[in-house]
Design a protein around this ligand. Structure first.
Ligand code: UDP
Length: 314
């Protein structure tokens, strides 16, 4: 019998890669998405496959699934700053009510539950790199608060279900990830820089570009998530690539890789934009035997090829 997995947010960027990966590993996948930020294009190639089902559903409403489930992977949420600023209430609802419903269906089906959490739980961190033991530095009432606090609540209710109902739950703290199927208009730095470079438009640096991020390629991310869902760990685990770079340097690398003539221009830094971000991945290395394999430039080349093929060679 194939293991049955429900993936909420399965038509999103990481969700759809997880659908692909788990189908490839022999799971039966049920994908639920309300398509506010996800898109059918991400899962078009899976429709009609025997072991894949799509359900258009908003998981802030009660979730009904026929038959058994072995895993519930809760990935539904707007996840880019531009998206969660556009949908602040939906973001808070999917992190709170949606997580409650996803935990409810996992409890009913006696399934393992995995929450897609985020490095944003660390806020604008005072510790760098961030280990899982760091409690974070978050502004609950700032513009990013809707996402950060929704995910912090989601972690909290997940641990409450683990403790009160003895459920087997997992929490992955996902750091910046990139790869094919990112939306060109999701506002994140890598799609912005790549599309600007490919068009020869100015590359928009927010602030002075000295803030740092660490970018993980999506194939490494889904492999780490798969390892975590089959591990014995119930505490949060960081998954990300610790190759930390200043944003200005990322712009230069993308400019070089695309051969763009673009200049860089400086714009206002968004409120509460974290100054630094880098995962401490000792825990994932030790307990999941996971380490990212795709280097920054190699991953960026693949993401650039995706955007190029999608928009500029067609
Ligand atoms: N950023 C930028 N130019 C852009 C988009 C983003 O300089 O066109 C910066 C942003 O201010 C942040 C970093 O790049 O410091 C990463 O932003 P992103 O939206 O990708 O995700 P975040 O890590 O902030 O959630």
């Amino acid at each position: 019998m194939k293991k049955r997995v429900l993936i909420t947010g399965g038509a999103g960027f990481i969700g759809s890669h997880l659908c692909d990966y788990l189908l490839g590993e022999g799971y039966h996948v049920i994908c639920a998405d309300n398509l506010i930020t996800g898109t059918m294009k991400n899962i078009e190639h899976l429709r009609g496959k025997k072991d894949f089902k799509f359900k258009r559903h908003d998981v802030t409403e009660y979730i009904r699934v026929k038959g058994g489930l072995d895993y519930v992977l809760h990935f539904a949420s707007p996840a880019s700053p531009v998206d969660y600023l556009k949908y602040p209430i939906q973001t808070l609802k999917v992190g709170s009510l949606g997580t409650h419903n996803a935990l409810g269906v996992a409890k009913e089906k006696k399934a393992i539950f995995l929450l897609a959490s985020t490095s944003e739980v660390y806020g604008d961190p005072l510790v760098n790199p961030q280990p899982e033991s760091y409690w974070g530095h978050v502004n609950p009432v700032g513009p990013r608060g809707c996402y950060d606090e929704a995910k912090r609540f989601a972690e909290s209710i997940t641990m409450a279900y683990h403790r009160a109902h003895k459920m087997d739950t997992k929490i992955v703290r996902i750091f910046n990830t990139h790869g094919p199927r990112m939306r060109e208009d999701d506002g994140r730095v890598i799609p912005n820089f790549i599309t600007q470079a490919l068009k020869g438009a100015s590359m928009t640096i927010y602030g002075d570009g000295s803030q740092t991020r660490s970018f993980c390629y999506v194939s490494d991310m889904v492999e780490g998530i798969h390892r975590l869902m089959n591990s014995k760990i119930n505490d949060p685990v960081n998954i990300g690539n610790p190759a930390e770079r200043a944003i200005l340097e990322i712009a230069k690398i993308i400019k070089g890789l695309t051969g763009a003539e673009s200049k860089v221009i400086f714009k206002t830094l968004p409120v509460d934009d974290p100054r630094v971000r880098c995962p401490d991945i000792s825990k994932a290395k030790k307990f999941l035997k996971w380490t990212p394999k795709v280097g920054l430039e190699e991953g960026l080349k693949a993401t650039i090829s995706y955007f190029r093929a999608k928009n500029y060679n067609a």
